[in-house]
Design a protein around this ligand. Structure first.
Ligand SMILES: [Zn+2]
Ligand SMILES: [Zn+2]
Length: 96
């Protein structure tokens, strides 16, 4: 289809559900849980939008979308799962 030579489908955040809900799997900064939508662009003009099925994690730093299951917000030092709100790991006391 000719569409795909002149445009493309982009994902963009439509609503932030939970800010700082996890960590980016790529760069390690805080990532938000978001609703997203897909936008079809032709010649850089959005022509069609449709909502994503499930919330995704989105990193503002590197603009990456990834499934929440991949965001193991865990301690880098002892590798245990830690609530992302915590500033210190309750298991080993490391600063997160
Ligand atoms: Zn990132
Ligand atoms: Zn730890």
């Amino acid at each position: 289809m000719i569409f795909f030579f002149v445009g493309g489908v982009n994902q963009q955040v439509s609503q932030v559900l939970k800010s700082g809900a996890g960590r980016c799997i790529n760069c390690g900064s805080r990532a938000d849980l978001v609703e997203y939508e897909k936008v079809l662009k032709v010649f850089f003009v959005p022509v069609w939008k449709w909502p994503g099925k499930e919330p995704l994690m989105h990193c503002n730093n590197c603009n990456l979308f990834f499934p929440p299951a991949l965001s193991k917000s865990g301690c880098r030092f002892c590798d245990r799962v830690v609530d992302p709100e915590f500033r210190f790991c309750p298991f080993c006391g490391s600063a997160l």
